[in-house]
Design a protein around this ligand. Structure first.
Ligand SMILES: [Zn+2]
Length: 360
């Protein structure tokens, strides 16, 4: 009798196991910005392709139909949340701009950044994150443009580190820096260029630490607000794809991303490893993942490009395959494609993506 009961229990537990939702060890994500057409079809296609997570624009997250279909199809949703890139706000309030070491607005082509010291703007971002999470209950928040000004998309391997931009040298940052570190810029230096040079020549470490803290604290404030609204919300941070030593430590000195500190307050770190765009080989994606992992022990989700961007050089199927395979190599915890729109625009890459993901 006991033996019979035991066998029954065993069968029962096996049935339960096979009915439980799929275990999603590997996060397979797609950044999606807009979508015309039925969401049901979209998510059915994602299921077929093995995509289990959407990194979605605020517009999509705010659409109840999108969220309903995502839930029904068991697709996790992260809202992409840009912080210090905000063209709309800068158009109206150019005085909020970050300032470079020449005393000018930090800007290059479409890239322009808000000074990260402005309390009003920071609070506005925190409130906005809180409202988004409260109203739409996404599974995660994916914090983007969370760095100091730098147009890293056009920083190639041969770039002279000294030519990379350092900001922000407006009066708000300079006052906060002095008040919080006890360092005093000599009075006789009145021009921004002279003040910036003096800081970088005499107190570069303190300046870098202080600038990183501006970014770390912003992530912390946004993550805290999001978690107050939804305690189990997942927090992802988009990283500039630079290893610790690249460009003379520019990940901290230029971008202001202290990835060890960021790993402590987030669930995922997502380096934007768009290899083709920055003239790197596919294997570089794995190199960056490994570097970030070695520094943080965190959960690393490399994001990879699908289509051509910035450069006109051919980005063929084979290069895409090698890039995707490099992105999935341990210690990576998955991959996020940038973007869904670009993936379906190239059916051969979409098929290849499906084949590789389904074989995992
Ligand atoms: Zn500033």
């Amino acid at each position: 009798m006991m033996k019979y009961l035991f066998s029954l229990l065993l069968i029962f537990s096996l049935v339960i196991q096979s009915c439980s939702p799929e275990v999603q060890d590997t996060l397979i994500g797609a950044k999606i910005y807009e979508h015309n057409g039925p969401y049901k079809q979209l998510f059915e296609q994602w299921k077929q392709m093995g995509i289990n997570t959407g990194f979605c624009s605020q517009e999509l997250i705010s659409d109840p139909e999108f969220m309903k279909e995502a839930r029904e199809h068991k697709i996790s949703t992260f809202v992409i949340f840009p912080v210090f890139f905000n063209a709309e706000v800068l158009d109206k309030s150019p005085d909020l701009s970050a300032i470079n070491r020449n005393g000018e607005a930090a800007a290059e082509e479409w890239v322009e950044f808000i000074c990260p010291s402005r309390e009003g703007y920071r609070q506005q971002m925190v409130d906005h994150a809180r409202n988004l999470v409260r109203e739409h209950q996404p599974d995660g928040i994916s914090i983007d443009f969370i760095r100091h000004f730098v147009y890293w998309e056009k920083v190639y391997p041969d770039r002279d580190p000294a030519s990379l931009p350092v900001s922000c040298f407006d009066s708000v940052c300079l006052n906060h820096f002095q008040a919080e570190t006890g360092i005093s810029i000599p009075d006789e230096l009145s021009r921004t260029t002279k003040q910036a040079d003096w800081i970088l020549n005499n107190h570069e470490d303190a300046w870098t630490t202080w600038r990183c803290q501006l970014i770390t604290s912003m992530v912390e404030e946004i993550a805290d607000a999001a978690r107050e609204e939804k305690p189990d919300i997942l927090v992802n941070v988009h990283l500039v794809p630079w290893a610790k030593a690249d460009f003379n430590g520019a990940i901290k000195k230029v971008a202001g991303q202290d990835i060890r500190a960021l790993a402590q307050i987030s669930d995922y770190l997502s380096p934007m490893t768009y290899a083709h765009m920055v003239k790197q080989a596919p294997s570089w994606v794995h190199h960056i993942v490994e570097d970030v992992y070695m520094q943080t022990g965190g959960v690393i989700l490399p994001s990879i490009q699908v289509g051509k961007a910035y450069l006109d050089t051919e980005f063929d199927l084979e290069e895409f395959r090698l890039t995707l395979e490099a992105a999935l190599e341990a210690p990576s915890s998955g991959v996020v494609v940038w973007s869904w729109e670009r993936l379906i625009a190239e059916p051969e890459k979409a098929d290849l993506f499906k084949d590789i993901v389904k074989a995992l």
